[in-house]
Design a protein around this ligand. Structure first.
Ligand code: DC
Length: 231
């Protein structure tokens, strides 16, 4: 039984908007858990590849989603998460743009989304959860007391993604990234189920030109200003 008394901060937005970094910093400040829901879609895409399941076979994908043996372990400095799929550390391979594109493709399937719902909600454990994704505030945790929607220009998001990939040793081309991000934005926002959209009660922050520190400070001030019971 998953308690809905445990507070959730839902952080949604398009690819490269800085959700992951903000989610980790905020969770560290609060001493809460994190959910990187995009990583769950990425893990499923990777598992489909390993098991030779077609990205179009919704039924097989949903079965795979239900049976996924995946574990998430926060890194000691809480800057991210180590992800173990079937005993193998996949934290690095998940980050490729091809894995992100495959994740975006399978995420259009209602059966896949339904199969992953309980797995995401199970991250809601005391004392609280900071969850990032596309539908945290609209579908997975619609009753979250705090909802944030982060955006930024495509150019800036491509730049950020470029730096992230180069930093972890994944080769990337800036011009290709901008095109891939635009394609992903389109697919994620136009799908019929749980499209990428700000919840009606979300605080929308355009982070173009803002440092991570500034965004964290802005989100923290929203959290404090809302004066909701977080503990
Ligand atoms: O956040 P990310 O780039 O790791 O997510 C990869 C893809 O997974 C994204 O393009 C769409 C899908 N996704 C989703 O549909 N819903 C979520 N809550 C998170 C990710």
């Amino acid at each position: 039984m998953i308690s809905t008394n445990i507070p959730v901060i839902a952080i949604d937005g398009p690819s490269g908007a800085g959700k992951g970094a903000i989610c980790c910093r905020l969770a560290k400040q609060l001493g809460w858990h994190t959910l990187d829901s995009g990583a769950i879609y990425r893990v499923l895409a990777l598992a489909a590849h390993h098991n030779k399941v077609s990205l179009e076979d919704e039924t097989a994908l949903a079965t795979l989603a239900i049976n996924l043996k995946v574990h998430f372990y926060p890194l000691p400095d809480l800057s991210g998460t180590q992800i173990i799929l079937e005993g193998q550390d996949v934290s690095f391979s998940l980050r490729s743009e091809s894995c992100g594109a495959a994740a975006s493709q399978i995420a259009t399937s209602p059966a896949v989304r339904q199969a992953l719902l309980g797995r995401q909600r199970a991250f809601r454990t005391a004392p609280g959860l900071v969850a990032d994704g596309r539908d945290m505030g609209t579908v997975v945790f619609p009753e979250a007391p705090i909802k944030i929607f982060l955006t930024a220009s495509i150019e800036e998001r491509a730049q950020r993604r470029y730096k992230q990939l180069i930093n972890i040793g994944i080769d990337a081309k800036l011009s290709n990234l901008a095109i891939e991000i635009a394609e992903r934005d389109k697919r994620d926002s136009t799908r019929t189920i749980a499209p990428l959209i700000a919840a009606a009660d979300a605080y929308v922050i355009d982070t173009t030109g803002m440092s991570i520190e500034k965004v964290v400070a802005r989100v923290s001030s929203i959290v404090q200003g809302l004066n909701v019971t977080l503990n």
